[in-house]
Design a protein around this ligand. Structure first.
Ligand code: TXA
Ligand code: MG
Length: 349
């Protein structure tokens, strides 16, 4: 399949080109596009044949439901049975933006979207290209992250081209994503619960909803616990190399990682280190900084790009420093821990 690549400048969104992509969506094709979180791979959410193309291009398990994207609140009409008051609060505060809300679905939403569930995940992205594209398409747009399943989510046009060129109809390459990790998925159909930490933090949600739970199943590697967001059970975000996370006080982490590096190199393995600006001068060899510990948004923004960069460097094992599980650090650590297949070493007191 030949993929049409459309380069688009955020400062100068060319409506004609976007309209062409919108037409492809209306005609049942697949279009990858930038959002403020990560790139999405879109198709008409009401067209089962189109939805199948998404699963095929990504190699995605069919029981992993897709998020439906809209561009205006009115577009919820007909897609969901009701809008609970807590959902209204969240929509007013965080839409458009990196928050996905779970609703009870109507018959209009095919089960192919929801993996057989009676609920549907809906998000209204704020990225001007995403928002305009969906608006022009005049259909709700199902869009998972635009990566091959299991790989780190794409945060740059080149990531999408690397993964999906030849597998989708159109790729809109429109620069880097702001947030760099996916939306927060929150369920308010029952007692509010975060099903996937993401671009909107628990702290931000609690300011408007009060104390909110996080699905326990996503915090552990316990395979007996079933996460409420089916996608959270899969290994994700994995680079080719094994990833091991080191958790502890900063100085201890640095010393421990240096020791582990020497040990693994003696065994003949090539080692990469995922560090931070504060620690990068303490290491030798392949060491990529995620950014400063003082700015978690930069760390979130660089995370997936760095995981992909290690793939280019022929590394066997990556030792990653942990960050504090606060604010965006919660989502950062969730993605890192999954990249590591729950391989975390706790050190110190
Ligand atoms: O930021 C994002 O959310 C990006 C951009 C493209 O919008 N999309 C994204 O989609 O990350 P995806 O498919 O990679 O992740 C969707 C997550 C999965 O964990 C899935 O299981 C969960 O949302 N999900 C979707 N529908 C659900 C439902 N009805 N109930 C529970 N979880 C659901
Ligand atoms: Mg994904």
């Amino acid at each position: 399949m030949e993929t049409k690549i459309i380069n688009m400048d955020l400062e100068n969104i060319e409506k004609e080109k976007l309209n062409e992509a919108a037409q492809v969506l209306r005609d049942g094709g697949t279009v990858a596009f930038p959002t403020e979180t990560v790139y999405g791979l879109g198709a008409n959410a009401l067209d089962e044949e189109a939805i199948k193309k998404i699963f095929k291009a990504k190699g995605r398990p069919s029981d992993n439901p897709l998020i439906v994207h809209i561009s205006r609140v009115e577009e919820l009409n007909g897609l969901v049975k009701k809008i609970p008051s807590k959902a209204k609060i969240l929509m007013e505060k965080f839409w458009p933006g990196p928050l996905t809300i779970i609703f009870e679905k109507t018959d209009k939403i095919p089960y192919a979207i929801t993996g057989g569930l009676e609920t549907v995940a809906i998000r209204m992205p704020s990225h001007p290209i995403a928002n305009e594209l969906i608006h022009m398409a005049q259909v709700p747009v199902a869009a998972p992250s635009a990566n091959i399943s299991g790989k780190p989510s794409p945060t740059k046009g080149e990531h999408v081209i690397y993964d999906l060129n030849g597998k989708v109809d159109v790729i809109i390459s429109g620069g880097s994503c702001d947030v760099g990790l996916e939306s927060t998925v929150v369920d308010v159909t029952e007692e509010p619960m975060i099903l996937r930490p993401g671009g909107i933090t628990k702290e931000q949600l609690e300011k408007v909803l009060g104390v909110i739970k996080v699905d326990k199943a996503i915090e552990t590697g316990d395979t007996n616990m079933v996460p409420k967001a089916p996608g959270m059970k899969y290994t994700h975000y994995s680079p080719k190399a094994d990833v091991v996370i080191i958790e502890g006080a900063l100085d201890d982490m640095v010393d421990y990682i240096k020791k582990l590096k020497l040990q693994k190199e003696k065994e003949g393995l090539s080692v990469g280190i995922m560090c931070t600006d504060e620690t990068k001068d303490f290491y030798e060899g392949v060491c990529l900084s995620m950014g400063s510990r003082k700015d978690l948004s930069t760390i979130a923004n660089h995370l997936f790009d760095i995981l992909r960069k290690f793939d280019e460097k022929d590394i066997d094992i990556i030792f990653a420093e942990s960050v504090e599980k606060k604010f965006l650090g919660h989502a950062v650590m969730n993605r890192m821990i999954k990249a590591a297949g729950y391989h975390v070493i706790q050190i110190g007191g």
